[in-house]
Design a protein around this ligand. Structure first.
Ligand SMILES: Cc1cc2nc3c(=O)[nH]c(=O)nc-3n(C[C@H](O)[C@H](O)[C@H](O)COP(=O)(O)O)c2cc1C
Length: 139
């Protein structure tokens, strides 16, 4: 199975999640490409079996506006029927950014193949295993 993991991370927390997800997916035998969103394009979603997309809660419960939000806008017209799994880190909120993002992707016709994974700040303790099994179960 071909998997891509595309993420944005300002202080490394979502990046740490991405690497753990990669570890889990690789352990399940998947072929995984991990990319920062600045280096990704629509092919990273279109040409894989499942794309993991990761972005922390920024702004006021929003996707990061400089790189990640434009990427989502660029793929939005092409994700109908595509399998996606969403993840990201947050701080003080209750996960509203993720609920809004899920809604947006579903409206675009994407199939969310797993319950989205959110982690408070840096993954630690149980979060480590949760990230790995998120990758493993989807793969
Ligand atoms: C400019 C800015 C805006 C943020 N807005 C929110 C927010 O609305 N809700 C929230 O829960 N956390 C918010 N956070 C906290 C980040 O989501 C949190 O620190 C996260 O772990 C950052 O992930 P990263 O290390 O991958 O960048 C914000 C952080 C920054 C720097």
């Amino acid at each position: 199975m071909k998997i891509s993991i595309v993420y944005w991370s300002g202080t490394g927390n979502t990046e740490a999640m991405a690497k753990l997800i990669q570890e889990g997916a690789v352990s399940a035998g998947a072929e995984v490409v991990l990319k920062e969103v600045a280096k990704a394009d629509v092919a990273d979603v279109a040409n894989v079996d499942v794309a993991f997309l990761g972005c922390p809660s920024m702004g006021s419960e929003e996707l990061e506006e400089g790189e990640f939000a434009p990427f989502i806008s660029s793929i939005e017209g092409q994700v109908s029927g595509k399998k996606l799994a969403l993840f990201g880190s947050y701080g003080w909120g209750d996960g509203q950014w993720m609920r809004d993002w899920e809604e947006r992707m579903k409206k675009a016709g994407a199939v969310l193949v797993a319950e989205s994974l959110i982690v408070n700040e840096a993954p630690a303790g149980d979060d480590i295993e949760k990230c790995k099994s998120f990758g493993k179960s989807v793969a």
